[in-house]
Design a protein around this ligand. Structure first.
Ligand SMILES: NC(=O)c1ccc[n+]([C@@H]2O[C@H](COP(=O)([O-])OP(=O)(O)OC[C@H]3O[C@@H](n4cnc5c(N)ncnc54)[C@H](OP(=O)(O)O)[C@@H]3O)[C@@H](O)[C@H]2O)c1
Length: 336
């Protein structure tokens, strides 16, 4: 399978490492030889139609800060140039998530689908702003759009709801979908002020460059949009989410909750309404996980409520979700 990779940051590089270390095993177990034929970062591109040498690509990125130096030719192409000019099967979108216009990911994804490429996106922006129309575009162009890494990183939250509960009717779900705010709230429950907890989270590298994405609940809301569309068949986008972040959670709120054997958690909920807000959760609830963990409880018509817990992010974890999507795409297209 020939892949175009847009973005070569934490997730993109983790994917290159994963494909390199698993290449023999992927061929023996699944009969696939994924080859990255083109990649871009902010400064340029690297192209090799027979497949880029991934160790060289990683070395070049480390040494020069860009993959542009991989080769003196074809090193100034854009994502759209790669999509239009390379023979490829799948576009993997790993540029940053933004919730204003979702660019450049939106253009990469739509152009790829129009050119008949299947798409795997870990970038939440385009899905949060336009999930229903992107799905329509995929159907119209007879390609697959997959996005396991957008919710839960390597924890297979989307796969669980879609496949393990296949045939069930999920009636509602609630969860902690943002590990950074959970880390801050956990530290506040342990006595830290909001300010100290935030600066500790920043030091550990947990906070997005634009802290508003975490603190104002945008990241959690984007994940809620993706789950609501994919699992509940709701045709919703970001403006449909009622959203309150954690900036106004006070130390007193945390103490009041503790007196009732509860903890304040930023909960994304798909019930009658779609909401993201800080609420008190009983410390005995399976949803009451601490640190950077994510947890989500699905309630279905006949199977009761089940909770899935795991790390919500991480480069290699998210890269492994891309591999899962790739194998699923391979399986689906081999049925045709
Ligand atoms: N990291 C995680 O744990 C995680 C988990 C789940 C989902 N995600 C999502 O996955 C995506 C990637 O995350 P990340 O942590 O890998 O981010 P990152 O380290 O910031 O990497 C982003 C990459 O995109 C490139 N890029 C940015 N703007 C671009 C543009 N206009 N044109 C071409 N390339 C551009 C950057 O280029 P430079 O290298 O030149 O800066 C970089 O290589 C994001 O959407 C994020 O929300 C991340």
């Amino acid at each position: 399978m020939r892949l175009i990779l847009c973005g070569f940051g934490i997730v993109g590089q983790s994917l290159a490492k994963l494909l390199e270390s698993r290449s023999e095993d992927l061929y023996v177990r699944f009969g696939i030889k994924p080859r990255i034929v083109g990649v871009i970062d902010t400064k340029g591109s690297a192209v090799q139609t027979s497949g880029l040498d991934l160790n060289k690509l990683l070395d070049v990125k480390k040494k020069y800060g860009t993959i542009k130096k991989y080769s003196p030719t074809k090193n100034n192409l854009s994502g759209v140039d790669l999509i239009k000019n390379l023979d490829a099967d799948v576009l993997i979108e790993t540029t940053p998530s933004n919730y204003k216009d979702a660019e450049p990911g939106m253009t990469h994804i739509t152009e790829a689908m129009k050119h008949g490429l299947h798409v795997i996106s870990v970038n939440k922006g385009p899905l949060a702003l336009a999930f229903p129309s992107l799905m329509e575009l995929a159907t119209y162009n007879q390609v697959l759009l997959r996005f396991s890494g957008t919710v839960g990183g390597g924890t297979p939250i989307i796969d669980y709801a879609k496949n393990s509960l296949h045939g069930e009717r999920i009636t509602s779900f609630d969860g902690i979908l943002n590990g950074t705010t959970n880390y801050i709230l956990t530290n506040m429950a342990n006595g830290m002020s909001f300010k100290t907890a935030l600066s500790d989270a920043k030091k550990k590298g947990y906070v997005e460059a634009d802290e508003s994405l975490d603190l104002d609940g945008l990241d959690a809301a984007a994940k809620l949009v993706i789950l609501a569309n994919w699992i509940m068949d709701l045709k919703v986008t970001m403006p449909d989410i009622k959203r309150t972040g954690i900036r106004n959670v006070s130390e007193q709120d945390i103490k009041n909750a503790a007196k009732k054997k509860c903890a304040v958690k930023l909960i994304a909920s798909c019930n009658k309404d779609l909401t993201v807000s800080p609420i008190e959760v009983s410390v005995d609830s399976p949803l009451c996980v601490n640190g950077t963990l994510n947890a989500i409880s699905f309630t279905s018509e006949h199977s009761g409520t089940q909770t899935i817990i795991g790390r919500g992010a991480g480069g290699i974890e998210t890269a492994s979700s891309i591999l899962r999507d790739l194998l699923e795409i391979r399986q689906e297209i081999s049925k045709i």
